[in-house]
Design a binder for this molecule. Structure first.
Ligand SMILES: [Zn+2]
Length: 318
């Protein structure tokens, strides 16, 4: 009954965290879980995006479909998405997909009244839900409206007008890339680096410098006082083998040994801004857990059926 994959409990440790970026360790697990976590972050953590556009007036140079497409690509703040319903599963509106449980309504009404070209941007979208609004990309420190412009939708000239109603819905990247909360997700095996200190001490300072500099990603450094070579930042290592080739070229094979820890991964995640990086990681783990529980549940069901079958056989036999 003991599931092998449940004997080990993967651990996550955050290394670096910003609103739109996270670097973290995933430990005590294997590549299949690391891959699954990556896929869930890209294609299964839900966000909210504009999915239906009803154009009321459009006298701009862009056609309706193009404007609708652009609106769909505007990242919306999606903290609510996990708790929201998918329109297809919503029984409150019978699949209409326009009720408060499964949608958020937006309005946009802009008309250019001057000779100056008017930029219509994501800032002109008015949301019926203050928690679901276009992501603000302006730097925190800036209140300058020139910087704080939003994503451009269309430019209007004098007399041109755009008026529309839009419905945003919950979705996942698997359905359409516009719902993916992840800009990039990558991971690597955590490198384990051992310097052979005795062999290293047979090098002159000049040779040490030459060797340290042969690494394109600044993994090693030299202590200014002791002149000893040390591992400056193991995770900078890109498995390029340059320092190993260099050691061999210098007639010092075995100067350093680098292996990939098979059960430990370093992730770098960047979001579109729809959810914070920390939320993206947590939501992905939550979804992955649900998936694993579903697998375990179905395995248990099979086993329970088998036991029941055996019991049935006994009863028949007895
Ligand atoms: Zn609904």
């Amino acid at each position: 009954m003991e599931g092998v994959s449940y004997a080990r409990m993967p651990r996550v440790k955050i290394r670096e965290l910003k609103d739109d970026m996270a670097r973290f360790e995933l430990r005590d697990t294997d590549a299949s879980i690391a891959n699954a976590l990556r896929r869930v972050m890209i294609s299964e953590v839900p966000t909210i995006a504009i999915d239906l556009v009803e154009i009321e007036v459009n006298s701009s140079v862009l056609n309706d479909e193009f404007i609708a497409h652009r609106l769909g690509l505007i990242p919306l703040t999606s903290e609510r998405a996990m708790a929201m319903r998918f329109s297809r599963d919503c029984d409150a509106c019978d699949g209409d997909g326009q009720c408060e449980f499964c949608s958020v309504e937006f309005h946009l009404r802009v008309k250019c009244m001057t000779d100056e070209t008017l930029d219509v941007t994501s800032k002109d979208l008015y949301s019926s839900d203050h928690t679901v609004v276009p992501v603000d990309f302006s730097p925190d420190t800036s209140s300058d409206s020139a910087v704080n412009k939003g994503i451009i939708i269309v430019k209007l000239r004098r007399g041109q007008e755009l008026r529309l109603r839009a419905i945003a819905r919950k979705g996942i990247g698997k359905d359409h890339a516009k719902w993916s909360p992840a800009a990039t997700v990558s991971f690597m095996y955590e490198p384990e680096i051992h310097i052979n200190d005795d062999l290293m001490e047979t090098l002159t300072l000049k040779e040490k410098k030459e060797w340290v500099e042969s690494c394109p990603t600044h993994v090693f450094d030299i202590d200014a006082n002791t002149q000893k070579v040390y591992v400056h930042e193991a995770e900078n290592y890109s498995y390029d083998d340059e320092v190993i080739k260099k050691a061999e070229a210098m007639g010092k094979p075995g100067l350093v040994e680098i292996t990939a820890k098979q059960d430990s991964f370093i992730f770098i995640v960047e979001t579109t801004g729809a959810v914070k990086a920390s939320q993206l990681v947590l939501n992905a783990i939550e979804i992955l857990k649900q998936k694993l529980d579903a697998v375990r549940l179905s395995e248990d069901t099979v086993e329970a059926d088998d036991q029941f079958g055996e019991l049935g056989a006994h009863m028949r036999g007895g």
